[in-house]
Design a protein around this ligand. Structure first.
Ligand code: GLU
Length: 322
């Protein structure tokens, strides 16, 4: 049985990138904000590489992320944790504490498509309504919950609670969500053994004693699932959540690897830090070495300008790689 770390004596935050590409301005602002915020509380900032998805992650990107963070003087505390080296830990939880909540599932994407199609047509009087209903589908209809399928030979789902869970978000305000209604029973391990993000991140945040999570708003819908999984695994609860507004290009489109956001260029790290701080609506810092700029940014860190915002637009005037 794994023993989680003792309740920490100081705040612990983390940056947890998935190495499916290089850092872009969006992921950089998450790194910078979580660093400045936790350091302003005299806490530790951990770096965890979320590389369980062997198809999408690449070691080259992991290495580049470390190089970029170093170039910006965003130095992490302790050793880098690689989730790909912790698969046994996740599987141990699945076969012990979390076992009663998991079940094998044989539904393929295609069979679910057909299920939803049939259901939408039966439940609605015409095809247009059915199509509308199909667009709204999201959660797994629990077809396999009582099928007692072999857990090692099928993908594994975890039962999420069907009640509302609330948490206070330091940026987005009070949040309530019912994870069963929003997400349904999530897949935690694929049939090929690959561990999914929600399980690995939930367990690691608990096992690493993380107290403060600051991350992108795109992950907010998964937070009540994470809270439930951490609770079921008997891991200490996260004390404070913060979901940062998404960084959008001047056309209002969210920066992401999917829409080919440009990798950051660390040849002029001070300028990059100044720009990211400006984007995060922080007080100005003097142009200096990255380390000294960060020191000032930490001393001045303020969540207030971000509160209630869901997006931040990169100004038209910003030229990433002059
Ligand atoms: N690995 C996730 C990503 O790169 C972030 C997960 C998290 O911060 O919880 O988007």
């Amino acid at each position: 049985m794994l023993i989680p770390s003792q309740p920490p004596s100081r705040p612990i935050g983390r940056f947890a990138p998935s190495p499916t590409g290089e850092l872009h301005l969006g992921s950089l602002t998450t790194a910078l904000a979580s660093y400045c915020h936790i350091k302003s509380l005299n806490g530790d900032w951990l770096l965890r590489i979320e590389d369980t998805d062997t198809e999408r992650c690449d070691q080259q990107f992991s290495e580049q992320i470390l190089i970029d963070l170093e170039a910006l003087s965003l130095h992490w505390d302790g050793d880098v944790v690689y989730q790909s080296e912790r698969i046994d830990i996740y599987n141990d939880y699945l076969s012990s504490t979390l076992l009663p909540l998991t079940y094998g599932c044989q539904c393929s994407r295609k069979s679910l498509e057909q299920y939803w199609e049939r259901k939408a047509i039966v439940e609605t009087s015409n095809l247009q309504n059915a199509n509308q209903k199909l667009l709204n589908r999201q959660r797994y209809p629990r077809c396999c919950v009582d099928a007692s399928l072999n857990k090692d030979q099928h993908k594994l789902r975890i039962q999420l609670p069907d009640y509302s869970i609330g948490f206070r978000d330091g940026i987005q305000g009070l949040q309530w969500d019912n994870p069963q209604q929003t997400l349904g029973d999530m897949v935690v391990r694929r049939q090929d053994g690959m561990i999914n993000y929600i399980l690995a991140a939930s367990l690691d945040d608990g096992l690493q004693g993380v107290t403060h999570i600051m991350r992108g708003l795109d992950i907010l819908p998964m937070t009540t699932a994470q809270i439930s999984i951490m609770q079921a695994a008997r891991l200490p609860a996260i004390e404070q959540w913060y979901h940062l507004p998404l960084i959008c290009n001047p056309n209002g489109q969210k920066l992401s690897k999917q829409n080919l956001a440009q990798p950051i260029d660390t040849r002029d790290p001070s300028k990059l830090i100044a720009h990211a701080l400006q984007l995060l609506q922080q007080p100005l810092v003097d142009m200096d070495t990255p380390a000294r700029m960060l020191e000032q940014a930490v001393a001045q860190w303020d969540n207030t300008p971000l509160q209630g915002k869901t997006s931040l637009n990169i100004p038209n005037s910003y030229i990433p790689n002059p």
